[in-house]
Design a protein around this ligand. Structure first.
Ligand code: 5GP
Length: 193
C-alpha cells in the first residue's frame, strides 16, 4: 500500500534494535484518515470471505481493528487482554505470548462468550515480527472452534521469521507494508511486490 509506505518513509523512526517507531501516526498519535484507507485496503483484500468478527490484541491493535471493522459492515471487534496475573477467572480461552518489544512472556485471555464455532475471524495487528502475538491469537481462535479467514497486518518486518511461520501454518497473511530492512543510517526499505 503505497500511501502507507510513503508515510513510514516520511515519519517512521528507526531504533537501533530493529524496531520501527510509528508513534506519530499509528502507535501513539493516530491518523484516523490513514486508518480509514487501511480499512478500505483490508476490505478489498478480504472481500467476500464472510468475515463476521475481528480479533486483535491490546493495546495498539485496538484502534486499527475498530476502523477496519467499519469496512466490514461494522462487525464486532474483540481484543485479547494481556493478563499478568495467574488468577484467570471464569470462562476464558488463554494462550501465552512472548513479547518482542518487552522481552517477557505474558498470558492473553479472551472470554468464551465472544467467540465460537459460528464465527469467521479476521485477525488484525499493527506489526508482525517474530509472530508470537499472531500465533497466540490463532491459538485462541482454534480453541474457540472458529474459522480464521486470515490475518491483516499493517507493517510486517519481513526480515524477522513471523511471516514465514504463520504462512507456513496455512494461514493467509496480508501485510500492507513489508519492511525488508531497517537502519538508522539508511532508513527503511520495503520488499518489492
Ligand atoms: P511479534 O509477536 O510478531 O514478535 O511482535 C508483534 C508485536 O510486537 C506487535 O503487536 C507490536 O505491538 C510489537 N512490535 C514488534 N515489532 C515492532 C516494531 O518494530 N515497532 C513497533 N512499534 N512495535 C513492534
Amino acid at each position: 500500500m503505497e500511501l502507507l509506505k510513503e508515510r513510514i518513509r516520511r515519519d517512521g523512526k528507526v531504533r537501533g534494535t530493529g524496531v520501527l517507531k510509528v508513534d506519530s501516526f499509528l502507535n501513539h498519535q493516530i491518523d484516523v484518515e490513514l486508518l480509514g484507507e487501511i480499512g478500505k485496503e483490508f476490505r478489498r483484500r478480504f472481500e467476500g470471505c464472510g468475515i463476521n468478527k475481528i480479533l486483535t490484541i491490546e493495546a495498539s491493535g485496538i484502534g486499527v481493528a475498530c476502523i477496519v471493522a467499519q469496512h466490514f459492515d461494522n462487525c464486532p471487534v474483540i481484543f485479547a487482554k494481556k493478563n499478568q496475573t495467574k488468577n484467570i477467572a471464569g470462562d476464558v480461552y488463554t494462550s501465552k505470548v512472548e513479547s518482542f518489544t518487552h522481552g517477557r512472556i505474558y498470558d492473553i485471555i479472551l472470554s468464551k462468550e465472544y467467540l465460537g464455532t459460528e464465527d469467521k475471524v479476521l485477525i488484525i495487528d499493527d506489526f508482525l515480527a517474530n509472530g508470537a502475538a499472531l500465533e497466540g491469537l490463532i491459538r485462541l481462535v482454534k480453541d474457540a472452534g472458529a474459522e480464521i479467514a486470515g490475518a491483516g497486518i499493517v507493517v510486517e518486518k519481513a526480515f524477522q521469521p513471523g511471516g514465514d511461520l504463520i504462512r507456513g501454518m496455512g494461514i493467509r497473511v496480508e501485510s500492507l507494508a513489508r519492511v525488508q530492512s531497517l537502519s538508522e543510517e539508511d532508513g527503511v526499505t520495503f520488499v518489492e511486490n
